[in-house]
Design a protein around this ligand. Structure first.
Ligand SMILES: Nc1nc2c(ncn2[C@@H]2O[C@H](COP(=O)(O)OP(=O)(O)O)[C@@H](O)[C@H]2O)c(=O)[nH]1
Ligand SMILES: [Mg+2]
Length: 206
């Protein structure tokens, strides 16, 4: 399948109906720490109005959720975000955003059921959440790509340095992104789809 044809991707949120050309659907999970941009990403790429379960932060998160860098955030996703994007005329992705903090791990069991792959969103100010998330994905054998969401006040590191810090092998794609931008979020998903495609090709040769 050709995932380079980003020109064929329809504009934002024009319709709620599946394109009549759609032939296949895949479930993709977007995971990362609190305030890393999961809800923003699903919102920026989704063609349907995203479903989100933002709630005003409660006592449960105080002292548990590390708010560093996002102190002004008063809502957090308690369960998940849901959206949809037609990545080509034929292929539709269903996006599920889910929190990476340990206290939400119970949600992972159902959510990762049938998922083709995952995007790990990383904030360089709080890499420790990413360690946990990446470890869990590796345990589960879920293929993933890593997207570094570039916040203006976050320290910037070259990708190879981040790769070492996150203990990722060369084969795991890493990209920088600004998930507020639709094109950037879409590029992250295309990176994941190309990666999944390459795994299929490798698998078919062995
Ligand atoms: N500057 C900047 N702000 C961002 C970016 N992505 C998300 N934000 C903001 O960071 C906050 C947290 O994002 P959100 O999507 O709610 O994070 P979530 O907890 O992972 O769902 C929101 O106020 C976003 O507008 C980004 O790439 N750059
Ligand atoms: Mg959220």
């Amino acid at each position: 399948m050709d995932f380079n044809g980003s020109d064929t991707i329809p504009g934002p949120r024009t319709e709620d109906h599946l394109p009549h050309t759609a032939q296949a659907a895949a479930k993709i999970v977007i995971v990362g720490g609190f305030g890393v941009g999961k809800t923003t990403m699903v919102g920026s790429v989704s063609e349907i109005r995203p479903l989100t379960t933002e709630e005003t932060m409660t006592q449960a998160g105080i002292g548990v959720d590390d708010n560093y860098g996002s102190e002004s955030k008063t809502a957090t996703t308690v369960a998940m975000d849901f959206g949809r994007i037609s990545i080509t005329d034929q292929l539709v992705l269903y996006l599920f955003g889910t929190p990476g903090q340990q206290r939400f791990w119970f949600l992972w069991n159902g959510l990762f059921e049938g998922a083709l792959g995952a995007v790990v969103l990383v904030d360089t100010r709080r890499l420790e959440v990413s360690f946990d998330v990446i470890g869990r994905l590796e345990e589960r054998g879920v293929p993933f790509v890593v997207a570094v969401n570039s916040f203006p006040d976050a320290p910037r590191y070259p990708i190879p340095q981040l790769r070492t810090a996150l203990d990722l092998t060369e084969d795991i794609p890493m990209v920088e992104c600004d998930v507020r931008r639709r094109a950037s979020s879409r590029d992250v998903l295309l990176t994941l789809m190309r990666f999944l495609h390459s795994l299929t090709m490798t698998g078919s040769r062995t």
